[in-house]
Design a protein around this ligand. Structure first.
Ligand code: MN
Length: 137
């Protein structure tokens, strides 16, 4: 057993995020484990850039109201209790609603080799500020 003292909260970089977001590393598996778990807190209006995870990702909203979009799909509203899985290599972004904070757990794995995630362009206001669809629950 290993007790992990709480690591400092890290401000998300403006190269991969628009607006203010912070993350705490909860789990970073030692090989052979490749698990990764972060808590990510988004201020209203904050979202990450378009990106894709090599082995996919599960996002579980713990607080607030947010938005998520898969490339080519609608912007969907997500709320506390919602869980969204993106498949390996699926381009997407996630963040807070314009007028609400949103906190989620992000759970993913590193691939056996190569980068964990691929990052693309920032999500523009035109992409972000649309009326979101209701999720299919
Ligand atoms: Mn993601």
């Amino acid at each position: 057993m290993e007790i992990l003292r709480k690591a400092p909260t890290v401000k998300a970089g403006s190269d991969r995020f628009t607006g203010d977001a912070w993350f705490d590393v909860i789990a970073r598996g030692e090989p052979p484990s490749r698990v990764r778990v972060n808590v990510v807190r988004f201020a209203p209006g904050a979202r990450n850039a378009w990106h894709a995870h090599a082995v996919g990702q599960t996002v579980h909203v713990t607080e607030g109201i947010g938005r998520i979009q898969s490339r080519g799909g609608a912007v969907v509203e997500i709320r506390a209790g919602d869980t969204v899985h993106t498949t390996a290599g699926e381009w997407h972004w996630h963040g807070a609603a314009p007028d609400h904070f949103m906190t989620h757990l992000a759970i993913w794995e590193a691939p056996a080799e190569g980068p964990e995630s691929e990052w693309g362009e920032q999500v523009t206001d035109a992409e972000y500020l649309v009326q979101p669809a209701e999720p299919t629950r």
